[in-house]
Design a protein around this ligand. Structure first.
Ligand code: SF4
Ligand code: SF4
Ligand code: SF4
Length: 228
């Protein structure tokens, strides 16, 4: 059943490819606009000053979301060491979907497989609608999408929308972090921890000049936070 749906969508895509680019983009854009303005807007903060690079978040993500080896929804990247021995330190930064409010991956997807969930603002993927064209992978300025070798669909972090979040739990990475370096919550709730932390700390987001309005925030590490 699933394969026949995908075959149908692939056939439809081939027809759409014959249509003018302007018509296609207008259709896709209109469908995305209908999904705008979520009542809940989830965001994540990575507090790099608390991150010790243990990668428990990566492991928890893989286990919870059944992410196969060789690909990853979340990576902790290490840079350094900085400074002079014995006062050296590393920095750790998170690489994962930014849950853009104006998401290039959604804007280019010809089948609606890449979408913004109107209930949560989470950018997600309907695997059965995905035809593997990889337009979204090319369009993502953060280079975090991949083709899942098991499902053969585009894949990426979805804040555990279909796993932990659906069960009323925090995303797996957040729950697993031993230092509370990850804070997840609703930007539209002024009492949420995520809003409180954002109010109390200077934060940065990646490539904001592109107009993507990312919802992954960083509290940037200061020198000497993680000593070796
Ligand atoms: S970071 Fe990439 S995959 Fe995530 S919403 Fe933005 S464009 Fe899409
Ligand atoms: S590969 Fe990306 S752009 Fe192509 S159908 Fe799948 S989600 Fe949409
Ligand atoms: S689990 Fe927490 S401390 Fe460990 S690498 Fe991930 S964000 Fe950093």
């Amino acid at each position: 059943m699933e394969n026949s749906k995908r075959r149908f969508l692939k056939g439809t895509c081939a027809l759409l490819a014959g249509a003018s680019g302007a018509t296609l983009l207008a259709t896709v854009s209109a469908s995305n606009e209908a999904k705008a303005d979520p009542s809940v807007k989830y965001a994540l903060i990575h507090d790099e000053t608390k991150c010790i690079g243990c990668k428990a978040c990566e492991v928890a993500c893989r286990e919870t979301n059944h992410v196969p080896e060789g690909v990853a929804r979340l990576k902790i990247e290490q840079t350094g060491p900085y400074g002079e021995y014995p006062n050296q330190f590393y920095h750790f930064s998170r690489k994962s979907c930014q849950h853009c409010e104006d998401a290039p991956c959604v804007n280019v997807c010809p089948t609606g497989a890449a979408f913004i969930d109107k209930e949560t603002g989470i950018v997600s993927v309907d695997a059965w609608k995905c035809v593997g064209c990889q337009y979204c992978i090319a369009a993502c300025p953060y280079k975090i999408r991949f083709i899942n070798p098991v499902t053969h669909a585009a894949d990426k972090c979805d804040f555990c929308r279909e796993t932990n979040l659906a069960q009323g739990k925090q995303p797996a990475c957040v729950a697993a972090c031993p230092t509370k370096a990850l804070v997840f919550g609703n930007l539209k709730d002024p009492t949420s921890q995520v809003v409180q932390v954002l109010k109390a700390n200077p934060t940065q987001r990646a490539k904001v000049d592109l107009g993507t309005r990312p919802k992954l925030f960083r509290i940037v590490a200061k020198s000497g936070e993680v000593a070796i």
